[in-house]
Design a protein around this ligand. Structure first.
Ligand code: SIN
Length: 485
């Protein structure tokens, strides 16, 4: 029905302790491009979530005790199977999430890159020896897996956000329970099928799918056997999950909302800046935490940049992600479109101008035409909030210091971008931006080798890179005494 080479990758049950679990009721997974049913998935709840935590707890000792190179081999097999099935996984992802097929396959490669990366890093969990303050002592530091990791992941990257967390957790020797977004469980379940085929033991990787966000979230954040909780999603939800984790003092890592500035200085290569802004803004129909949220352009290049940018945005092809040539798909839901439209309307009523878009797409209520707004000021709601949609608000500025002050005037601190060819300015601005990630003359910054994460209310912890294992490890200090004769 869905033209998969391997129809067995389309799963309808939660995956707990190596078994597929059915429940009394179902949730429906609909294609945001058409509104039509893709498939139904058994609706798990708190009982299944408890079962998954128990399974992860039961599997922990043996998994943590495996030599790192054995864990590495299993992760590598998982990576190989994901790459081998990239076409099917990409198709499943487009069906449930909406992004264009080429972009969906790109996400599968992006997610797989974390599994590849951490299969290698698992062999490099080094400890330390530290000179002791007295001659009869030695100080040794070892790193050990923290235990059961619970995760809640979003619908915007149904594969990569799980891969980025699970690969690091499993590499460190932790076991893992994930509750994927209810809208997009199929990619997670396909990953579980491939984990099983790779030989990852029962209980090490568990996926619970269900619509009881509150109840399942409570189990994952409050269960005494969960040692660490990790979340990717909105700042608002992240804050309340951090609160829930407090009762058991869990280690948490949070990848939360963003409000990325994209600054174009007057010395920039304007064509390069246009290309960077296009990809940074319209990737995944603007539904990423690292999307440019505010485009800041120096007054002297404002007209040139805006004209070229509008022309480039006009070149995007909106449509069903499975159709040939489509470069921007639907948003996740009609509600998401309505929320973004409200921000556009508020901006227009407060004096912004419509340079492009905000028009009827003819495709249905889950679609929003790529939109560009000019005359935006940083106090408008569209500049204060994470838009999470295909809208570019353009703000003009006069001086470098003004750009930095506008850029930092937000509670968020995830990604930021700027374009300049002045080496002095590049260092000044890079060091002044209060963001965990800075793209300099570059609109695509995410990759497995780099530390992904934010400052301020955009979260804590880093995913990917050599730092990515730290969130899943305990540092233990061994003090050896009585060594003098
Ligand atoms: C996100 O939007 O949460 C992740 C984006 C990325 O990994 O590039």
């Amino acid at each position: 029905m869905h033209k998969l080479n391997d129809p067995k990758l389309l799963k309808n049950f939660s995956y707990i302790n190596g078994c597929w679990h059915s429940s009394a009721s179902d949730i429906t997974v609909n294609n945001p491009a058409t509104g039509k049913l893709v498939t139904k998935v058994s609706n798990a709840g708190t009982a299944e979530t408890e079962l998954a935590v128990k399974a992860a707890k039961g599997a922990f000792k043996a998994w943590a005790g495996k030599p790192a190179n054995e864990r590495s081999v299993l992760l590598r097999k998982w990576f190989d199977l994901i790459v081998l099935n990239q076409d099917d996984l990409g198709r499943i992802l487009t069906l449930e999430q909406g992004k264009p097929l080429a972009e969906a396959k790109g996400e599968i490669a992006y997610g797989a890159a974390f599994i590849d990366w951490f299969s290698e890093e698992s062999k490099r969990v080094y400890g330390d020896t530290i000179p002791a303050p007295s001659s009869d002592k030695r100080i040794i530091v070892i790193k050990q897996p923290i235990g059961v990791v619970a995760a809640i992941t979003p619908w915007n990257f149904p594969n990569a956000m799980i891969a980025r967390k699970a690969a690091a957790a499993l590499a460190a020797g932790c076991t893992f329970v994930v509750r994927p977004a209810t809208q997009t469980p199929l990619s997670a379940l396909a990953m579980a099928e491939l984990a099983e085929r790779a030989g990852i033991p029962a209980g090490v990787f568990n996926v619970v799918v269900g619509d009881d966000a509150h109840g399942m979230g409570k189990v994952l954040t409050e269960h005494k056997d969960v040692a660490k909780f990790t979340f990717t999603g909105s700042t608002e939800v992240g804050k309340s999950l951090i609160g829930q984790c407090a009762s058991t003092v869990k280690k948490v890592s949070m990848e939360l909302g963003g409000n990325a500035p994209f600054i174009v200085f007057d010395d920039a290569d304007i064509d390069a800046a246009v290309a960077g802004a296009l990809v940074s803004k319209y990737r995944n129909a603007g539904q990423t935490c690292v999307c440019s949220n505010r485009i800041l352009v120096q007054e002297s290049v404002l007209i040139e940049f805006t004209e070229k940018f509008v022309k480039a945005v006009k070149g995007l092809l909106l449509g069903n992600g499975l159709d040939e040539g489509v470069t921007i798909g639907p948003m996740i839901s009609a509600q998401a479109v309505a929320d973004v439209k409200r921000l556009i309307d508020e901006s227009l009523s407060q004096g912004a101008q419509l340079a492009l878009g905000n028009s009827d797409t003819g495709f249905g209520e889950s679609y929003l035409a790529p939109t560009v707004l000019t005359g935006i000021t940083n106090d408008m709601p569209i500049a204060k909030n994470e838009i999470f949609g295909p809208v570019s608000p353009i703000i003009s500025f006069k001086e470098e210091s003004e750009a930095i002050s506008i850029a930092n005037d937000t509670e968020f601190g995830l990604a930021s971008y700027f374009y300049s060819r002045d080496i002095g300015r590049i260092w000044r601005v890079a060091e002044s931006l209060d963001y965990g990630m800075v793209g300099i003359n570059e609109g695509v910054i995410s990759n497995a080798a780099a530390p992904f994460g934010g400052m301020k209310q955009s979260g804590n912890g880093r995913e990917g890179s050599k730092y990515g294992l730290d969130d899943y490890l305990e540092i233990k200090y061994l003090c050896m005494g009585g060594l003098d004769k």
